[in-house]
Write a protein that binds this ligand. Structure first.
Ligand code: BDR
Ligand code: CA
Length: 314
């Protein structure tokens, strides 16, 4: 499998992304680092440990990271993902504790041991990665590739009219990453992609529930509050799975059906906080990012259902 380091603010959809990475044959998860985002970092750490255990990879080290954005006030999304970030279904405590080594140290040291071999996937605010970049400005080039669930390239937001949560939560960190990015090294998969190509329709939700395997039941149940919120608050038909889509692209780049290279910046002002500023003019600076715009819906869902259908040794 592809050797992975995963940085996550583990809530319900991060949890499904961890299953995709850890339970199948496509990924080989070397380390997980956690960050404050959807939930406080201690909760994210616990949720990552439980998710990895569910995937049969209770041996993967989990390293807690930054407990707040670089400069902004922390702001979680527990009204969407549940108080515990996992649908408040009464998940058991993890069987083991997190590691002591800080996430930022791991993001710095892991690619030094295996230069150019590791793929980094980020599923939360970019605080840990930015903190690591401030200490090693060439860090991104030490990874084979960096995939980030970040942004909303069509400017329809989920946390504000035009911003996506991970970029909005720590826009200064996102900017640090963009300042160091090149399109051959860094790919962002935005919330727009999951809304277009990865909506869990009521039929999909039923199918997941009926699979009945431990992983399918887990994936279904931890997304309970997200499903309710989508239906009752946003009025959208079904919930979306942004982090699993980003993970699927990292594991199976062939699932991408439309991509764009562009020069991207992040707005920091009050009204537009976290909005992507994509320069598509002829006079734009050279692209710094690859933006995924569409993925294969059938390919993504096959990967999701096939992974969840598996049973893992206890
Ligand atoms: C991002 O924020 C959270 O809701 C998801 O886990 C994803 O990482 C989407 O905006
Ligand atoms: Ca996330």
């Amino acid at each position: 499998g592809i050797p992975l380091v995963i940085d996550t603010d583990t809530g319900s959809d991060d949890a499904v992304a961890l299953l995709l990475a850890a339970a199948g044959d496509l990924g080989d998860v070397r380390a997980v680092t956690t960050v404050a985002g959807n939930v406080p970092v201690a909760t994210a750490t616990r949720n990552a440990l439980v998710s990895l255990e569910t995937a049969g990879r209770g041996d993967v080290p989990v390293h807690p990271g930054c407990d707040r954005p670089m400069t902004r006030t922390p702001s979680t999304a527990q009204h969407v993902h549940g108080q515990d970030g996992m649908g408040d279904i009464g998940l058991p405590d993890p069987l083991r504790a997190a590691e002591r080594e800080h996430a930022v140290e791991v993001l710095l040291s892991a690619p030094r041991r295996e230069p150019g071999a590791l793929t980094l996937v980020t599923l939360g605010p970019l605080t840990n990665v930015a903190a690591a970049l401030l200490r090693d400005r060439d860090l991104l080039s030490r990874y084979r590739h960096v995939y980030c669930m970040a942004g909303a390239a069509d400017l329809r937001g989920n946390i504000s009219p035009t911003a996506e949560f991970n970029v909005w939560a720590d826009p200064e960190a996102a900017r640090v990453v963009l300042g160091a990015a090149t399109p051959d090294r860094v790919t962002w998969i935005g919330w727009d992609v999951s809304r277009k190509d990865a909506v869990m329709t009521p039929e999909d939700q039923l199918r997941l529930e009926r699979l009945g395997t431990p992983m399918a039941t887990f994936a279904h149940r931890v997304n309970r509050t997200v499903a309710d919120w989508a239906r009752d608050v946003t009025g959208l038909a079904g919930y979306d799975l942004p982090d699993p889509v980003a993970m699927a692209v990292a594991l199976r780049p062939d699932l991408v059906v439309e991509r764009e290279e562009a020069y991207v910046d992040v707005a920091l002002g009050e009204e537009t906080r976290g909005q992507l500023v994509i320069d598509r003019r002829r006079s734009a600076p050279a692209p710094n990012l690859t933006l995924v715009r569409r993925v294969s819906e059938s390919g993504f869902k096959r990967l999701l259902f096939d992974t969840c259908a598996r049973t893992v040794p206890p």
